[in-house]
Design a protein. Structure first.
Length: 467
C-alpha cells in the first residue's frame, strides 16, 4: 500500500494551489485527478485582487498577469445594433495597502496550466486517471480506494474534487442550498468572426433570456454564456452552440468557426454541512457551490487551500491537532458569506466591485484571532494584513511588507529579534496599522495583536506550533 502525509483529490485550482503550498513547505503530498488531463474550459475566469495576492505568495503572479487582462466594458446590442456600453464593475481607487486593485480575466484552463507548472517546478506531480471509489479512516490515518483496485494510506485527505465530490459522498456529508435561477445556462469556449474583442458583448432577448460573448484575455477565443428560457433543453453540441449564437445575435451560425468546449448548468448555491470529518477535509466546490456571477467560486476555493495548507504542515510538524479545527471554523463562515454575495450579484442585488474583490474577507471572530489591546487601531487580529512601505528605520528599508511576508513563514511586526525560529521580524509596524505589535500568519492575516510582545504572544506561538 502506498503511503503519504497528505492526499489531495482533485487537480482543479483548489487542489493545485494546496499542492503548491504543501510542496514549498516540504510536506509529502500526493495529488490525484479522476480525469485524464486538466480541465479544458474557461469556466472560472475572474481572479480577484485577494487571490492575486495569494498567487504572488505562491510564486505564480507574474505568469498570471502576463496571461490575463482587465475586464472589458459590456456592449449592449439590440436588433443587430449597438445601443450602449456600461462598466462591469464599480470603480474604486486602491490605497497603499492594496497592490492589486482590480480583477483580472484569465480562462480557468490557463490558470490551471500555470499552477500545474509551478507545482512541477517544486517537485510535485499529478496522477491523472485516478478515480476514488471509497475511503475508511481510523485514529491514525485514512485509507483511500481507487477504481483500479489500489489503495493509498494518508495521514490526512483533502477532497477538492468538485461539486459532485466523491470524497464528500464517501463521508456522507450533505449540502444545503437553493436554486439561484430556474433557467438553464450554457457556457462554451469558441472562436468566431464578426465581433471586436474590445467589449463583452451582451444580447438580451425580450423574454428575459440572454447571451453574452466575452473575449478571453490572452487567447483568440470568446466565452459564450447564455441564460435560456425556463424549461428549455440546452444543446451543447457544436451545432447547438452555433444555433444559439445565430438565434441571439446578428451573426450567422457559420461565423462560429470552432467550439472548443461547452457545458450546461443550473445556477445554485450550496454549502456542505461540514468541512471536516476526522482526518478528511473538504475544499473548493466540494464544500461550496456558487453561481458564477461575481467571480467568487474559484477565488473562495483558492482561499480554502491557502487557509488549510499551513495548518496541515504545522500539525504534521507537531502543532496541536486542535489547530485543524479552525479550518472549518474560519472557512465555512466565509464560504457562506461568499455564497450570499454571489447569489446577490446573480440576482442584480449587489454590484461587482468593492464588495466582490475579497480584500475585506477576514477572521476577526475566529478562535485563532487574539486581540489583546484595549484600544485597537485600524488593523486588528483576524484582519487581512495590508501591504505598506517598510518603515525607513528597518534593515529592509525601501521594500514592501508583502516582500517580507512572501514565503511559508510567520512575520512579527514591532519586534527587534525573532521570538522563535521561522519567524521574520520588523522593528516597527507601518503607521497605517496603528500602534502595536502584530503577528502575521503564513496566509497573510493578523493572528495576534498586542501593545507589546508579551507572554501572551509566546503562548499563542505554542498553540500554533511555532516552537
Amino acid at each position: 500500500m502506498d503511503t503519504t502525509d497528505v492526499l489531495i483529490v482533485g487537480a482543479g485550482p483548489t487542489g493545485l494551489a494546496l499542492g503548491i503550498d504543501l510542496a514549498r513547505r516540504g510536506v509529502a503530498a500526493q495529488l490525484v485527478e479522476r480525469a485524464d488531463a486538466l480541465f479544458p474550459g474557461s469556466r472560472g475566469k475572474g481572479i480577484q485582487p485577494r487571490t492575486q495576492e495569494v498567487f504572488d505568495d505562491l510564486g505564480v503572479i507574474d505568469a498570471v498577469l502576463a496571461s490575463s487582462g482587465p475586464y472589458p466594458d459590456r456592449m449592449m446590442w439590440r436588433d443587430g445594433e449597438r445601443v450602449g456600453e456600461e462598466s462591469m464593475f464599480e470603480r474604486f481607487e486602491p490605497d497603499a495597502g492594496t497592490p492589486y486593485s482590480a480583477p483580472r480575466m484569465i480562462p480557468q484552463w490557463r490558470t490551471q496550466e500555470i499552477l500545474y507548472a509551478r507545482l512541477t517546478e517544486l517537485g510535485g506531480k499529478v496522477a491523472f486517471g485516478r478515480e476514488v471509489t471509497g475511503l475508511t479512516q481510523d485514529a491514525d490515518g485514512v485509507d483511500v480506494a481507487f477504481a483500479d483496485g489500489t489503495t493509498v494510506r494518508a495521514r490526512y485527505v483533502v477532497g477538492a474534487d468538485g461539486g459532485r465530490s466523491a470524497i464528500r459522498r464517501a463521508l456522507g456529508v450533505g449540502m444545503t442550498g437553493e436554486t439561484v435561477d430556474p433557467s438553464p445556462f450554457v457556457v462554451a469556449d469558441l472562436r468566431l468572426r464578426g465581433l471586436d474583442r474590445v467589449y463583452w458583448h451582451a444580447f438580451p432577448a425580450p423574454d428575459g433570456s440572454a447571451l453574452g460573448l466575452c473575449p478571453l484575455a490572452g487567447t483568440e477565443e470568446f466565452q459564450l454564456a447564455a441564460r435560456l428560457p425556463e424549461g428549455a433543453a440546452p444543446d451543447v453540441s457544436p451545432d447547438g452552440v452555433r444555433e444559439l449564437v445565430a438565434r441571439y445575435t446578428h451573426l450567422a451560425a457559420e461565423d462560429v468557426t470552432e467550439v472548443r468546449w461547452a457545458s450546461e448548468f443550473r445556477p445554485r448555491a450550496a454549502l456542505a454541512d461540514r468541512f471536516r470529518v476526522g482526518r478528511v477535509f473538504l475544499a473548493g466546490d466540494a464544500a461550496h457551490v456558487h453561481s458564477p456571477a461575481g467571480g467568487q467560486g474559484l477565488n473562495t476555493s483558492v482561499q480554502d487551500a491557502y487557509n488549510l495548507g499551513w495548518k496541515l504542515e504545522a500539525v504534521l510538524r507537531g502543532a496541536p491537532e486542535s489547530l485543524l479545527e479552525t479550518y472549518e471554523e474560519e472557512r465555512r463562515a466565509n464560504a457562506a458569506a461568499m455564497l450570499e454575495l454571489s447569489t446577490g450579484v446573480h440576482r442584480g442585488e449587489v454590484q461587482r466591485g468593492r464588495a466582490t474583490v475579497q480584500l475585506g474577507v477576514g477572521y476577526r471572530e475566529s478562535s485563532l484571532s487574539t486581540e489583546t489591546r484595549t484600544d485597537p487601531g485600524p488593523v486588528r487580529a483576524g484582519d487581512r494584513a495590508p501591504d505598506a512601505e517598510v518603515p525607513g528605520d528597518a534593515e529592509v528599508s525601501g521594500g514592501r511588507l508583502f516582500d517580507l511576508f512572501r514565503g511559508p513563514h510567520w512575520t512579527l511586526l514591532g519586534a527587534t529579534a525573532p521570538p522563535r525560529a521561522g519567524v521574520r521580524t520588523l522593528p516597527s509596524a507601518p503607521e497605517s496599522y496603528g500602534p502595536g505589535v502584530f503577528l502575521i500568519r503564513p496566509d497573510g492575516y493578523v493572528g495576534w495583536a498586542g501593545a507589546t510582545a508579551t507572554a501572551d504572544l509566546a503562548a499563542y506561538l505554542d498553540g500554533v506550533g511555532v516552537r
